[in-house]
Every structure is written in structure tokens, then in C-alpha cells.
Ligand binder design. Structure first.
Ligand code: S3P
Length: 165
């Protein structure tokens, strides 16, 4: 079984995911970093040179690859769990946890969003944030408040996983 973290850009998926993987003694995978390693270029470059649709296909393929593996903590890209095909695939072998944060916290954490192609325009990022909330909620198994510090969030998830077992 894998533990999948989802949520908007800046919700803390990578930072929390690394800590949680340590607590659980599981390996950590960041889907964006893994795609970048496969493609030998940054997510920004993939968006720029090949377009978002191509990136979404790479992201789906990565979800398929991950669902065939076991005992991973996975930080997904902010858009991944807004697509049902990714959620359906990851749910086959994973529990999906949504890190819920208010947009003000996202703004503080992401700053100017330089390395994030979908965060160049703050107005548009806010629209995206509002559109996506329902999708994350629908596609997750559990929601946690991601606005606390990362260590606290990682322990909350850790305890939740054990209460559930
Ligand atoms: C995206 C979020 C990014 C990355 C890509 C698209 C999105 O990941 O996958 O830029 O659609 O929200 P982070 O959430 O890790 O920034």
C-alpha cells in the first residue's frame, strides 16, 4: 500500500512527504522530480516546449508506474489528483490524503512561483485553487489541515494511518 499526498501548489506535499516517509520507514517519491529525471528537463521546460497536455500524459504514466509499486510515500504534483484517471489508478494500491490549506498560506509559501508554470499569474492561480478544491475532496480518502508546520502535519497523518489500521 502506498500513501499518496495531494493538494494545491504550496500545500506542503514534498516537505511533509519526506518526513512521513521517515516516520513510516518507507521510500519517498516526488512525481514531478521523477518525471524531470526521466525526461532530463524541468517541469517548466516540459510545459514550455511540449505543452501542458504532454506533461499530463507523463504524469498519468507516472501514476501507473507508482501504482505497480508498494510501500511508497508519494508527493504528487498539484494538478495530478484533479484528474480522475490519476486518482482511479493510484487508489488501486494507495490511500490518498489531501493537504488542505487556505489560499493565503499558498501565497506565503509559493512566493512569486518562479519555477511553477501555473503560478505566474496570481489571479489565475486563485481561480485554479477555487476550481480544484472539490476535485481534491472528491478524490481523496482523508483530508488533513496542511497549514500547520510540516512536522506536525506529518505526525497527524502518521497517527491517522495507525488509528485506521
Ligand atoms: C502543477 C503543480 C506543480 C507541477 C506542475 C503543475 C499544477 O507541482 O506538477 O507545475 O497543476 O498545480 P507542485 O504542486 O509540486 O508545485
Amino acid at each position: 500500500m502506498n500513501v499518496i499526498l495531494c493538494g494545491f501548489m504550496g500545500s506542503g506535499k514534498t516537505t511533509v512527504g519526506k518526513l512521513l516517509a521517515e516516520h513510516l520507514g518507507m521510500d519517498f517519491v516526488d512525481t514531478d522530480l521523477s518525471i524531470e529525471a526521466d525526461e532530463e528537463k524541468s517541469v517548466s521546460k516540459i510545459f514550455e516546449e511540449n505543452g501542458e497536455e504532454h506533461f499530463r500524459d507523463l504524469e498519468y504514466n507516472k501514476c501507473v508506474e507508482i501504482s505497480k509499486r508498494d510501500s511508497l510515500v508519494v508527493a504528487t504534483g498539484g494538478g495530478a489528483l484533479t484528474f480522475d484517471r490519476n486518482a482511479d489508478t493510484l487508489k488501486n494500491n494507495g490511500i490518498i490524503i489531501y493537504l488542505d490549506v487556505p489560499f493565503e498560506v499558498v501565497l506565503e509559501r509559493v512566493g512569486d512561483g518562479e519555477t511553477r508554470p501555473l503560478f505566474n499569474d496570481k489571479e489565475k492561480a486563485m481561480e485554479l485553487f477555487n476550481q480544484r478544491k472539490d476535485k481534491y475532496e472528491k478524490n481523496c480518502n482523508f483530508t488533513v489541515d496542511g497549514s500547520e508546520n510540516a512536522l506536525k502535519v506529518s505526525y497527524t497523518i502518521f497517527e491517522m494511518l495507525f488509528d485506521r489500521a
